[in-house]
Design a protein around this ligand. Structure first.
Ligand SMILES: Cc1cc2nc3c(=O)[nH]c(=O)nc-3n(C[C@H](O)[C@H](O)[C@H](O)COP(=O)(O)O)c2cc1C
Length: 259
């Protein structure tokens, strides 16, 4: 981890320096050990604080330096399947918070962040949702402990003074109303894709779905808001026996061109 590597090096250098000072000024070595131990305790407090504390948006830009671990690639990509069945195991709400926090870091045009999410988990909510689904999507949605309604906020431009403090992005959309809708769709979809990855990154399985009646979901869950449904994501711990086999994907040469 970045912090570990960084602080271990620092600690090593500090110890070297202290030994040299010790030599130069004839200080007792045991005093130096006490100081080093204190530094180590402070370091461990700092590192554990960094892991457990909520997201603090940093302006520091740490360059991307290496591919993530094989374990992470397997979890988020290679072994991740669309779930068509779920175990009767609840989803820890803290994981939903963490996944949302991660997905919010997706880049969006002018930092518009138009995605909003309704997590449906009550029996009543699930029953209402099932009535809006294509029949083939009902069994897995009934099993999933949580289903996210991934939405767009059609009035996302109103939040831009808060979201874009360094640039008057709202003025751009006020002057170009034709950009409002395509920007919402493009960036809401991007954020939805990030949400799928983020949910997988925190250890949850997902089953995205567009087989439902959007107008019915909007009427049942979003009345009185400026939100509109985009797609659904069943969330939980998959029953892998119900996964479909992996469909083929396009090879690099069939899906790309260099220009
Ligand atoms: C936006 C979106 C909508 C989808 N809609 C449905 C759906 O309504 N019902 C369904 O069974 N699967 C649906 N899927 C699942 C896809 O068929 C599945 O993700 C794809 O075949 C890849 O499967 P894999 O993840 O197992 O490789 C949808 C996926 C996405 C991303």
């Amino acid at each position: 981890m970045y912090f570990d590597a960084c602080y271990e090096d620092l600690l090593f250098e500090c110890c070297n320096l202290l030994y040299q000072l010790c030599d130069a000024f004839s200080v007792r070595v045991c005093d130096i050990f006490i100081i080093c131990a204190s530094i180590q305790i402070l370091e461990s407090i700092f590192v554990s604080h960094c892991i457990s504390s909520p997201l603090v948006l940093s302006t520091a830009s740490i360059p991307m330096s290496s591919i993530v671990s094989t374990e992470s690639l397997n979890q988020i990509f290679y072994n991740a399947h669309t779930a068509h069945g779920f175990q009767a195991k609840p989803v820890d709400e803290a994981l939903l918070h963490k996944a949302l926090e991660l997905a919010q870091l997706a880049p969006t045009a002018y930092n518009t962040c138009p995605m909003r999410v309704v997590f449906v988990k009550s029996a009543d909510g699930k029953e209402k949702l099932n009535k809006c689904l294509m029949e083939g999507n009902i069994p897995q949605t009934s099993e999933a402990p949580v289903t996210a309604i991934v939405c767009f906020d059609t009035e996302y431009v109103q939040k831009l003074p808060e979201l874009s403090p360094f640039f008057d992005a709202k003025a751009v959309f006020d002057a170009n109303p034709a950009w409002v809708q395509p920007t919402m769709v493009q960036n809401g979809n991007l954020q939805g894709g990030y949400l799928i990855l983020a949910l997988r990154a925190v250890g949850l399985d997902v089953g995205p779905m567009s087989g439902f009646d959007n107008a019915a979901v909007d009427a049942a869950f979003l009345q009185g808001t400026t939100w509109k449904s985009n797609f659904l994501i069943n969330i939980g711990h998959a029953n892998a026996e119900k996964n479909y086999p992996r469909g083929p994907r396009l090879a690099f040469e069939n899906a790309t061109k260099f220009a």
